[in-house]
Design a protein around this ligand. Structure first.
Ligand code: PLP
Length: 395
């Protein structure tokens, strides 16, 4: 694969992540292109069934992005005006935007900077405080950063104690495990969301899916992904006139995925285990070759099998100038490093909510020390060594 995006640069650019498309993937997509259904066809159902089998959920609802899936998940759980939703500040903005789409209030739970995951002790303290203030959340959206599951057993226990629902934002974590359960099985949550954007573990171009064990939630999400339209005459609220009839019963959206995308996703899903193994292998190789540099890696909890969406290093010195020197230095060497993520409350749009960074010390420490370095199927040993040599220049 040619990674040289910039024809003027002497070295090939290494992005932090990218897709890997096989010949078989192309064949599967071509089959759909030559068939009679480009959208709303059988491939989507096949893809959904395959996801459910793979992650051990009863239902899967495939949509055009994880962002759409998060929105539908919130709606299925009844999130509405003035409800409160909590998520992690160290995530992609979609994790919290979904609450704002529903006119709910958003708040954040701080993370443990060593794992990047929601800090359970801080979650407990925040829940106690919220109970006193009568401001408990309706939904919590834990984010499985870099492919590592959050501590779902503890989160599940707290959800029962304080009566909130849980949506797992597992955009990074398909193919991962938590204790003896697969991420997506919804053993400890109402709904789990995966993303199939090209930088994620597997891709459908754009795309996402929500998994659940509740028929009610699955039906609601299926209805809302296609305008709130009902096509089953048995579920019509008005008398049937002709076989062509359909009813719009709710205000939904066009969040549909196409059969073209589903075919790509399905073909990639067949290699999931292999892809996740390769991602883990590359991470372990980084552990070896970077072991003598003054940096640590994002920790993976012992009861988690990570799908390793990201390889995140953490600088030992907390100093903004030093961070920028390393970051910009790597970029100048055509290493496409990135920060996953700038705390959501720091984005200009979020300033109006007046979040106080003093409440998010873990997130602040994380964001001033974490750098994602290249990791994706197809990255070679030589390229990983190039990353190491570039790191040595600036660390
Ligand atoms: C990528 C991502 C999303 C959004 O996924 P899309 O499919 O691009 O909409 C949401 N949450 C997290 C944590 C992500 O990384």
């Amino acid at each position: 694969m040619n990674l040289n995006f910039d024809k003027n640069s002497k070295q090939e650019f290494l992005p932090y992540g990218m897709h890997y498309i096989s010949e078989q993937d192309i064949k599967e997509v071509n089959k759909v292109l030559k068939g009679s259904r480009l959208t709303q066809g059988q491939k989507i159902i096949e893809f959904e069934n395959a996801i459910s089998r793979e992650v051990g959920s009863k239902f899967s609802v495939a949509v055009n992005s994880a962002t759409s899936a998060l929105h539908l998940a919130c709606l299925a759980l009844g999130v509405t005006k003035n409800d409160i939703v909590w998520t992690s500040p160290i995530s992609f903005v979609a994790s919290s935007n979904c609450a704002l789409y529903c006119n709910a209030w958003i708040d954040f739970v701080d993370i443990n900077p060593n794992t990047g995951l929601i800090d359970i002790q801080k979650l407990k303290n925040k829940l106690l405080q919220a109970q006193k203030n009568n401001s408990l959340p309706k939904v919590l959206i834990p984010v499985h950063l870099a492919g590592s599951s959050c501590e779902m057993k503890e989160i599940n226990e707290l959800s029962k104690k304080y009566n909130f629902s849980v949506i797992e934002d597992a955009s990074h974590a398909i193919g991962g495990k938590y204790q003896d359960s697969l991420v997506g099985s919804c053993k400890y949550s109402e709904i789990t969301v995966f993303s199939f954007h090209p930088v994620k573990i597997i891709t459908s171009g754009e795309g996402g899916v929500a998994t659940t064990n509740s028929k009610l939630f699955a039906d609601k999400m299926m209805n809302l992904r296609s305008h709130g339209i009902e096509k089953d005459p048995e579920k019509f609220v008005e008398p049937l006139i002709g076989g062509w009839q359909y009813e719009q019963q709710n205000l939904g959206f066009n969040y549909r995925i196409t059969d073209i995308q589903a075919a790509l996703g399905l073909s990639q899903l067949k290699r999931l285990e292999e892809i996740v193994k390769e991602r883990n292998r590359q991470l372990v190789f980084y552990y070896e070759i970077l072991s003598d540099l003054p940096l640590t890696f994002l920790e993976i909890p012992p009861d988690v099998y990570s799908s390793v969406h990201l390889a995140v290093i953490r600088l030992n010195r907390l100093n903004e100038k030093y961070y920028l020197k390393v970051f910009e230095g790597l970029r100048s060497e055509e290493i496409g490093v990135q920060l996953h993520y700038k705390p959501i409350y720091k984005h200009p749009y979020y300033k109006k909510f007046n979040f106080d960074k003093k409440n998010f010390t873990g997130s602040e420490i994380y964001a001033s020390s974490a750098i994602s370095i290249p990791l994706f199927p197809g990255l070679t040993i030589d390229q990983q060594i190039r990353v190491k040599n570039a790191l040595k220049l600036f660390i």
